[in-house]
Design a protein around this ligand. Structure first.
Ligand code: GAR
Length: 198
């Protein structure tokens, strides 16, 4: 059983897929807390509906990125946490935060990394003309979308696709991929090396 903290900025559908997998007995994990940088993010309401502590830490309340992250780190210390799961957290973490949790932060990204890093990955894929895209779960390091890949799923890209239709197709596989990768970590079939905190 692994304990997770989920960070998200928006709708929270990946969080909900993880929580549903836990309830279905497909993922041996517990979400200890959900934190959002947005006061009114739907992910917070979703967490509350499952009885999970949900905390807003709005970026605007802090002068610097590091002050904002320090508050999140302080909050996380109140919970049992093995991994931090970025589920649509649309803020780039500083090296300060990443060094607090070396090899313990996972992110999901809507492309087959290392292709199409950064924002609007689905739009980038359409503009490039790729015929296959997908989703990636990876460890977070100090390079944006650059950490070790833990799992991927692919989807076809059709000539008729719009950003919206491709995003929906990728999102459907994201919802399978994140719980699957987390379960592999939980059962020990996917080993992540422990790194000493910097
Ligand atoms: C997901 O598509 C996720 O891959 C993407 O944001 C969406 C969040 O949806 N993340 C990124 O683009 C990170 N760079 P959700 O809030 O419904 O899980």
């Amino acid at each position: 059983m692994i304990h997770l903290a989920v960070l998200g900025s928006g709708r929270g559908s990946n969080f909900e897929a993880i929580q549903k997998a836990i309830i279905a007995g497909e993922l041996e994990a517990k979400v200890s807390v959900v934190i959002s940088d947005k006061q009114d993010a739907p992910i917070l309401e979703k967490a509350q509906s499952y009885g999970i502590p949900a905390i807003a830490v709005p970026r605007d309340n802090f002068d610097t990125r590091q002050a904002h992250e320090k508050e999140i780190v302080a909050l996380l210390q109140n919970y049992t946490i093995d991994y931090i799961v970025l589920a649509g957290y649309m803020r780039i973490l500083t090296s300060y935060f990443i060094r607090q949790f070396p090899n313990r932060i996972l992110n999901i990204h809507p492309s087959l990394l290392p292709a199409f890093k950064g924002l609007h990955a689905q739009k980038q894929a359409l503009e490039y003309g790729v015929k296959v895209s997908g989703a990636t779960v990876h460890l977070v390091n100090e390079e944006v979308d650059g950490g070790r890949i833990l799992g991927q799923k692919c989807v076809p890209v059709y000539d008729s696709d719009t950003e919206e239709s491709l995003s929906q197709r990728i999102l459907a596989v994201e919802h399978q991929l994140f719980p699957e990768v987390l379960q592999k970590i939980s059962e020990g079939s996917l080993k992540i090396p422990m790194e000493v905190k910097a």
